[in-house]
Design a protein around this ligand. Structure first.
Ligand SMILES: Nc1ncnc2c1ncn2[C@@H]1O[C@H](COP(=O)(O)OP(=O)(O)OP(=O)(O)O)[C@@H](O)[C@H]1O
Ligand SMILES: [Mg+2]
Length: 326
């Protein structure tokens, strides 16, 4: 590409659609960027109560959420209502369909790393390695150096990938990419924060606790902790606090780094009293970040978007990944 074209490309607005098929709702955003600025062009969601006859909580942890013929129709409905014309879309893959782990491999030159990761992955991933697609990155150490390399690995069953490909096609979208929810959320919320941040996403089916250190996702754990049901907040949140303390202690021990801040996301982040309770229980700053904060949008939407922000982190994160922001 000539320099002229390269420069021109920087100033051409690029648009991307981000799709998050969650248990309680399907969330879609359309974002664009111009130079260094970002705009939230459109957004929309449909709750699963409107898609399935039974209540969302009755949906079991299974491929049922995806298998429904209604999902592409629901996506089409959101695109139409939100007036989203862009076809290029990135889908977020939820934590219960992905497997994330990190491990060390011995020092080695760059051209040997892929083979070593593949070999190690087979020890961690329960499915046969030919049935999964692997994505990985080096999170510490340098290829060809003298210290071990730490690898962060994401494995997604090929069947899940095929289901997402079918959904995108049937919804009339061009599947630009797919990304694990954990890395998308890290991009949407932590961005340029160079601290050691623990991001928890409290979902309807399960929750994920991620550690992002100097902007790099270093750990991601999923566990069976579900959104609040009416009742005693402290009783409900106690297992979460225990997991957070254990995960932070493991990180301190293995990386000699203390978690400095906690972020809560997912719709449940808006639960009254949760932020205060966690602040006291953890003795650290606890933030409910707004994934729309860096975007341009009509000011009239401010309070509505702030309220909706926790459930849109994954959709924003995947879409942002597709905007080649210089
Ligand atoms: N103000 C609020 N207070 C408490 N809970 C809330 C509030 N707003 C939304 N929620 C809860 O947030 C949940 C929806 O969050 P979210 O959209 O992040 O879930 P999801 O992405 O569909 O789930 P999953 O990621 O598990 O598939 C619901 O359980 C809802 O009850
Ligand atoms: Mg979710």
């Amino acid at each position: 590409m000539s320099n002229f074209l390269k420069n021109l490309r920087l100033f051409l607005p690029k648009r991307m659609v981000g799709v998050d098929i969650g248990t309680s709702a399907i969330k879609i955003v359309e974002v664009s960027h111009w130079g260094h600025g970002k705009t939230l062009e459109n957004y929309g969601q449909i709750t699963s109560g409107a898609i399935y006859k039974d209540s969302p909580l009755a949906i079991e942890r299974s491929s049922r959420v995806l298998a429904s013929d209604f999902v592409p129709l629901a996506i089409k409905g959101i695109l139409e209502e939100a007036k989203i014309k862009t076809k290029e879309a990135i889908f977020s893959i939820p934590d219960f369909y992905t497997f994330c782990t990190s491990f060390d491999i011995p020092p080695m030159p760059e051209n040997e790393i892929a083979g070593a990761v593949q070999y190690n992955a087979s020890q961690y991933v329960t499915l046969p390695i030919k049935e999964v697609t692997l994505d990985w990155q080096i999170i510490s150490g340098n290829p060809g150096g003298s210290t071990p390399l730490k690898i962060f690995l994401v494995a997604v069953p090929n069947q899940v990938i095929q289901e997402y490909q079918a959904i995108a096609k049937n919804a009339g979208l061009e599947l630009y990419a797919m990304e694990a929810e954990a890395t998308a959320i890290a991009r949407a919320l932590v961005k340029n924060n160079k601290k050691t941040v623990c991001v928890m996403d409290i979902g309807v089916q399960s929750s994920t606790v991620n550690i992002v250190d100097a902007g790099i996702l270093k750990r991601s754990y999923s566990f069976n902790f579900q959104s609040a049901k009416p009742g005693d907040l402290e009783f409900w949140a106690a297992p979460l606090v225990m997991e957070l303390k254990n995960i932070s202690a493991e990180f301190l021990q293995s990386e000699q780094k203390q978690v400095e801040e906690y972020y809560i996301t997912g719709g449940t982040a808006n639960l009254p009293g949760l932020q205060d309770y966690l602040t006291k229980a953890l003795g650290k700053t606890v933030v409910v970040p707004n994934c729309f904060a860096d975007f341009l949008y009509p000011p009239i939407l401010e309070s509505k978007l702030r309220q909706m922000a926790p459930s849109f982190s994954a959709a924003i994160g995947v879409a942002l990944g597709g905007l080649e922001i210089p």
